[in-house]
Design a protein around this ligand. Structure first.
Ligand code: C2O
Ligand code: CU
Length: 463
């Protein structure tokens, strides 16, 4: 077992002035580079491609309201497109799949950063190749921080008591290189679980509270996480979920297990104070959806708790944030989407993304609240559905997992919702602030690359 790395913080190359507002814009440069990563000490290195030549890429720490421009320079051989997942970026900088930057080119992306504090992430979105590109390393964290959060006195300090845990699952060949998902058409669940790029790592902690920011950056694997002592009692240890995709929940939700599917983010506070001198294992259920289990996919990582007592003044307040839930639109479903498998292809309402003439499946007047019903009609498969631009409220879940909307899903806003086998979920969102054509799709990236993606057009308001 090796220690868990913490992705380094990205620094701006310079600060420029917004010519319109006079405010500062931080300018960053990221290089998409080929590199090698030694995963198995006794085998060859794995060939990877990542942001600044590391995987996960560097973490952006952004103050809410401070704009940024990021130049992504493509020094790699493949075409790339960068999506900042969780940001209401304007359409030209949203990582549209066909808006690719080819080898040797660069593109400057502008981000407003004015949403609620949240754990966003940036990843590749290139047409037909998103799964390989994300899997071989093009993914990283982008955290928006709001000073209002500091007043809560949650455990804080990036890499100190506020820790990103970027999960992924991959598969290696006997020569130490990665097995590629390029020719897969269904899923690649992966038998090797990584946290921040390191398989089954350990992390040294103090006996106190930590804020753990989970992101499932796997291309096909959904996790159902729980904590357990590494030896002795096998009881699941409760923890508090404090935030999801769009930031803080209204209040903490106590649970002893947590579903997290691809591209979802959940932040939890785990209190190690009663485990001084012990080891805690972060584990994964078996039989999650219909994902394949392998020998060690029921384990994720280990926390090694120091025996030296520390003072911990951080708290988890009972009220965390005022969440900007959309004004209810009423019971009428505005759009119904079926996620299905037809003629060996993954489709939405029987349309694949390659069907250019028909792939805009909804026109939504800007500024309206709409209720969308997402139905998984593909049999035993699961599909985490991501809608670009908006944050939505998960209203209901039918069939599948006991008609349950988990409190940690509904007490905050989301941009991805997991449709487990057979499930139908209703989500409500305020389609704002911009107009433009945006994507929505399954975040099993192999499904996305094989046509389970479409677009919606947020149309201008007419006077
Ligand atoms: Cu995280 Cu359209 O993607
Ligand atoms: Cu899918």
């Amino acid at each position: 077992q090796f220690p868990m790395p913490i992705p380094p913080v990205k620094s701006p190359a310079m600060t420029i002035t917004n010519p319109v507002t006079g405010g500062p814009i931080d300018y960053y440069e990221v290089y998409i580079n080929h590199f090698q990563q030694q995963i198995y000490p006794n085998k060859g290195p794995a060939d990877m491609v990542g942001y600044d030549g590391i995987a996960p890429g560097p973490t952006f720490l952004i103050e809410k309201g401070r704009e940024s421009v990021v130049r992504f320079v493509n020094n790699a051989t493949m075409a790339t497109s960068v999506h900042l997942h969780g940001s209401y970026s304007r359409a030209p900088w949203d990582g549209w799949a066909e808006d690719v930057t080819t080898s040797g080119q660069f593109k400057d992306y502008y981000y407003p950063n004015s949403q609620s504090a949240r754990f966003q992430w940036y990843h590749d979105h290139a047409i037909d190749h998103t799964a390989e590109n994300a899997y071989f390393g093009q993914a990283g964290g982008y955290i928006i921080h709001d000073p209002a959060e500091d007043a809560l006195n949650l455990p804080s300090g990036y890499g100190i008591y506020d820790i990103p845990l970027i999960l992924s699952a991959k598969q290696y060949k006997s020569n130490g290189k990665l097995f590629s998902p390029a020719s897969e058409t269904d899923s690649l669940y992966g038998d090797v679980i990584h946290v921040n790029g390191q398989p089954w790592p350990f992390f040294n902690v103090q006996p106190r509270k930590y804020r753990l920011r989970f992101l499932d950056a796997s291309i096909s694997r959904t996790f159902r996480l729980y904590f357990q002592r590494s030896t002795g009692s096998t009881a699941k240890i409760p923890f508090q979920v404090i935030a999801s995709d769009a930031g803080l929940l209204t209040g903490p939700v106590t649970t002893d297990n947590l579903y997290i599917s691809m591209a979802e983010r959940y932040e939890v506070v785990f209190d190690f104070s009663t485990f001084a001198g012990q080891n805690i294992t972060l584990r994964n259920y078996e039989d999650v959806g219909q994902d394949d289990d392998y020998l060690h996919t029921d384990k994720v990582m280990r926390f090694v708790v120091s025996s030296t007592p520390v003072t911990d003044t951080s708290v988890v307040p009972t009220a965390l944030a005022t969440v900007d839930f959309p004004t209810p639109a009423g019971p009428t479903v505005d759009h119904h989407f079926e996620f299905e498998r037809t003629n060996g292809e993954w489709r939405i309402n029987d349309i694949g993304f390659a069907d250019v003439a028909n792939r805009v499946l909804a026109n939504v007047p800007r500024g309206t609240v709409e209720l969308w019903e997402l139905e998984n009609s593909s049999g035993g498969w699961s599909h985490p559905i991501h809608i670009h631009l908006v944050d939505f409220k998960v209203l209901s879940r039918q069939n599948g997992r006991g008609n349950t909307v988990y409190a940690y899903e509904s007490q905050g806003l989301k941009d991805v919702v997991w449709l487990g086998p057979g499930e139908t979920v209703k989500v409500e969102a305020h389609y704002a602030p911009w107009d433009g054509v945006y994507m929505f799709h399954c975040h099993n990236l192999i499904h996305e690359d094989h046509e389970m993606m479409a677009a919606f057009n947020v149309t201008k308001l007419l006077d």
